[in-house]
Write a protein that binds this ligand. Structure first.
Ligand code: ZN
Length: 397
């Protein structure tokens, strides 16, 4: 999608809010602490493969560690077993990495059994919440480890995976991707259609984040249980960005009984952030063309361009707009949190910079008139309802 906005328009839209502007009240902190808080997408496992730190202690880097999770009131992070799309080209590579990432989460729980415990069911997260432990639940981001063999669904279910994001940044053997112009299946592949049914039967939540629109509609049509979007936001605020959900899709998700878990990454939240990199790149190309790619003049002007156009971080208020709009469309029962912490680099909104900041979100909801009962739905009840229904369907089939 070609943008009509100029860079100066992006610069003007930079919000000047700073982190200190957000200071959750004791009431908001209490709500975050006393209620179970579920976040369905945190990329700790892959982060640690690139830059290991002991997240059972305070860490220097990243968005998640135990002390910050406790401060923020986080109880159930779904740790993302993220498999880069390119691995599908090498037989066995996706499965290999998936097992290793799961091992790493088990090791974390084993190293700090007073702080963390693996979670495989609604009953587990409820018990561990009562015990004061953080539940490590697992979601697989990219179904490529299925490798076209239904036996792998069982294998990874048995290892604790409780949702599968059908595809990631490229079309895979299951589903087309929103980020990939190649639409080899026009939605789901024949195996993908079988997989959706088997995921229902085994009790695996179907995650439609990342897939193409056609793959979303086919999944909704086929699934006998509610589905989730583990970390998606609203296309209304990022026109043309297929990775986010349109109003029509959100309405269908509501009818399906599912839930959209809102992604905090600025590029998912505002058009300015979403288009920032493309626009800056375009301007840089123009400068290179005009002054010669390697000239000192070009280097100087590119440095100026970058300095004059810092990344336009979204704000907490803009994240709240996404929640409000879902509520307006399909009610309070179908929205939750899928932050993408540790998965979106330095692009998080002002006021929501890491897992210690959920109380700011609660404060924002209170300020907008949400009751504590409504906030509880967003923090845990909506996702738990879907998870329970998925468990119940599997128990009967
Ligand atoms: Zn993702």
């Amino acid at each position: 999608m070609v943008s009509a906005l100029s860079l100066s328009a992006v610069a003007l839209s930079v919000n000047t809010a700073v982190a200190q502007d957000y200071n959750a009240s004791p009431e908001a902190r209490k709500i975050a602490q006393e209620n179970m808080l579920i976040d369905t997408h945190i990329d700790v496992p892959y982060r640690l493969t690139e830059d290991w730190e002991d997240v059972s202690q305070a860490t220097q880097r990243g968005d998640f560690d135990y002390p910050r999770a406790v401060e923020g009131g986080l109880n159930v992070p779904f740790m993302s077993i993220y498999i880069p799309a390119r691995l599908e080209q090498t037989p066995g590579a996706s499965k290999q990495l998936a097992h290793q990432l799961i091992d790493s989460m088990e090791a974390l729980a084993w190293r700090a059994p007073d702080k963390f415990a693996m979670a495989y069911s609604v009953a587990d997260v409820e018990q561990q919440f009562a015990d004061g432990k953080i539940s490590l639940a697992l979601g697989m981001e990219n179904g490529s480890p299925m490798e076209g063999d239904m036996a792998n669904l069982k294998e990874f279910f048995d290892r604790g995976i409780r949702y599968i994001t059908l595809s990631h940044s490229q079309s895979n053997h299951i589903a087309d991707s929103s980020y990939d112009l190649r639409r080899q299946w026009n939605g789901l592949s024949p195996f993908g259609k079988e997989l959706v049914k088997e995921m229902n039967n085994i009790g695996m939540m179907i995650d439609i984040s990342h897939v193409s629109d056609d793959a979303f509609w086919q999944s909704i049509e086929l699934s006998k249980a509610p589905v989730i979007a583990s970390h998606s936001s609203l296309r209304r605020y990022t026109p043309g960005f297929e990775r986010n959900m349109s109003d029509d899709m959100i309405k269908a998700l509501g009818e399906n009984g599912g839930v959209i878990m809102i992604n905090f990454g600025s590029t998912f939240v505002t058009q300015a952030a979403n288009r920032y990199r493309d626009m800056l790149k375009q301007q840089i190309e123009q400068v290179k063309e005009q002054y010669g790619a390697e000239s000192d003049e070009a280097k100087q002007r590119i440095a100026e361009l970058e300095a004059d156009n810092p990344f336009p971080f979204a704000t907490l208020e803009q994240v709240l707009d996404h929640i409000d709009h879902v509520v307006k469309l399909i009610g309070i029962e179908h929205v939750g949190i899928g932050s993408d912490y540790d998965g979106v680099g330095d692009s998080l909104p002002v006021g929501l910079k890491d897992v210690s900041t959920y109380p700011n979100l609660v404060q924002g909801l209170l300020d907008r008139g949400y009751s504590e009962a409504d906030i509880k739905k967003i923090l845990n009840e909506n996702l738990l309802r879907v998870w329970r229904e998925v468990e119940a369907y599997a128990a009967e089939h």
